[in-house]
Design a protein around this ligand. Structure first.
Ligand code: 5AD
Ligand code: SF4
Length: 473
């Protein structure tokens, strides 16, 4: 049993990151473990977690488990969790209550929890105290070992916990079952070393580790061969890519090499303003297949709060970067993340956040109330902002953010834009949906033969949340 440890997770040493190409291996026995067993997995959180789920699915299917869409029909239920805010924590423990009743009716049901919450000591302590009936708990550094963790728990008939709190290595041979046939997530780097004071990610995901470029490029080339239309390079702080490598190769080099593979669309998520270089802007501008869409979290418009958050930039520096990107890349869409109610945020600080939204007029923004995460620096700060005030600030901010989102969408009315059609509309199956280059969702009347194609669409309707359009002949 390996239990999470916050102090270990915080450590950053000179230890060389290992690139492991043979850590995932299955014996004949493990390959039979899933025979006649169904699995169901629910994913919370960010794209990194979605992509981890794609890996977990492939591992389970290597073991001959079969996926089902309904947890009631499963013999194995896995919750791949997120630790970034308290609300997922509550949802997950609520759902475990329901799953317990399923397990009482079906004692052979295997139940597991993985992902970022598994890296939190408070979570694992709670499981050890009150949820001993779970079968497996494994962390973000232990995915490759899932088959053995499962086998051990089944053999011992007891809870098996494997959560390593390490800086982390890179596992290159984990299989993946991609959710889409048209667009793919690709890990560019793992972990984060920024240690923004509110954020748990540097603890749950470990040290910044960039993948070697040759592994990334060969993954993209394979996807091009398979007919994929789009790749998204993932990292918690993706534009810091390469800073930890022993070669002189950075995000601009990676973007350029990925663009040169000829994949029709290249995206990347998420950028920290600190590491956004002029060279990156030049490359994005130069390649038509690097999409003009940048998610650039600002978090706050108050220099005092930015400092308390450990963000390493002032609002003036953010605005300068924002303007530089807008000027260099025609029609670029910039979106952001904002936290309200950070400890010490006064009304004046909050007004400054509204000011920066008024200045930047973001295409859209994800907005959050500060959530105290045990073990982070901000958890020790005195939080003197009452919850009612936080709620009111969030509402006021959302109103403003939505106004600019609608304005941004209105600009598309009557324009013709390329859209990658990727799915059937959930509410009306005569419509497909897809995304513009600038990451706006569009519903389009089109038959299924258009799925996976990039088509010209004339926008006929524009609302705050959605665009609608028609295929151009
Ligand atoms: N409380 C509220 N929001 C948070 N985020 C990260 N940590 C916290 C927290 N403790 C938000 C940030 C980040 C996004 C992914 O989630 O805005 O950019
Ligand atoms: Fe993703 Fe962060 Fe949530 Fe983990 S804590 S799932 S890395 S958003």
């Amino acid at each position: 049993m390996d239990l999470p440890n916050l102090k270990e997770a915080r450590k950053r040493t000179d230890k060389k990151v290992e690139v492991l190409t043979d850590s995932y291996r299955l014996t004949e026995e493990l390959k039979k473990l899933g025979l006649n067993r169904n699995y169901y997995i629910r994913t919370y959180g960010c794209q990194m977690n979605e992509h981890d789920t794609e890996k977990i699915k492939a591992i389970l299917e290597d073991m001959n488990f079969q996926e089902v869409e309904n947890m009631e029909n499963a013999d194995l239920i896995l919750l791949n969790t997120c630790a970034i805010r308290e609300n997922v924590h509550n949802k997950v423990f609520g759902l475990l209550g329901h799953i317990k009743s399923l397990k009482e009716k079906k004692p052979h049901l295997i139940v597991g929890l993985c992902g970022c919450m598994a890296q939190e000591k408070v979570v694992v302590d709670e499981i050890l105290n009150k949820y001993q009936w779970l079968d497996i708990v494994f962390g973000t550094h232990n995915i490759h070992n899932l088959p053995n963790i499962l086998a051990t728990s089944l053999a011992k008939k007891e809870l098996e916990i494997e959560v390593l709190s390490v800086e982390g290595d890179i596992y290159e041979n984990i299989p993946v079952k991609r959710e889409s046939k048209y667009k793919a997530w690709i890990n560019a780097m793992y972990g984060c070393d920024k240690f923004c004071t509110y954020c748990i990610v540097p603890y749950t995901r470990g040290k910044q580790r960039s993948r070697r470029p040759e592994f990334i490029i060969s993954e993209v080339k394979q996807l091009v061969e398979e007919g994929y239309q789009e790749v998204t390079l993932l990292g918690q702080n993706v534009n810091a890519y390469g800073k930890d490598l022993d070669i002189n190769y950075r995000m601009e080099n990676l973007l350029e090499d990925v663009a040169k593979t000829g994949i029709p669309r290249v995206r990347f998520l998420t950028s920290h303003p600190w590491d956004f270089t002029d060279k990156m802007i030049e490359v994005i501008k130069k390649y038509k297949n690097i999409m003009p869409y940048i998610h650039l979290p600002v978090q706050s418009g108050s220099n005092k709060i930015l400092k308390l958050m450990g963000r390493r930039y002032t609002k003036e520096e953010y605005i300068d970067l924002f303007n530089k990107i807008k000027e260099a890349i025609p029609n670029v869409a910039i979106t952001t993340d904002i936290i309200v109610g950070f400890p010490g945020e006064t009304d004046i600080d909050f007004r400054e956040t509204l000011d920066i939204v008024n200045t930047c007029k973001f295409d859209s923004a994800f907005t959050f109330i500060f959530s105290k995460r045990e073990g982070t620096a901000a958890a020790k700060m005195t939080d003197n902002v009452p919850i009612e005030v936080k709620n009111k600030r969030l509402q006021e901010l959302n109103k403003l953010v939505n106004k600019y989102a609608e304005e941004a969408n209105q600009k598309y009315l009557n324009q013709v834009v390329p859209v990658l059609l990727e799915g059937v509309n959930e509410k009306d199956n005569t419509m497909l949906y897809g995304y513009t280059e600038t990451m706006k969702r569009v519903n389009v009347k089109a038959d299924k033969s258009y799925l996976g194609k990039i088509v010209d669409v004339k926008i006929t309707k524009a609302g705050t949340w959605l665009l609608e359009g028609e295929l151009c002949a």
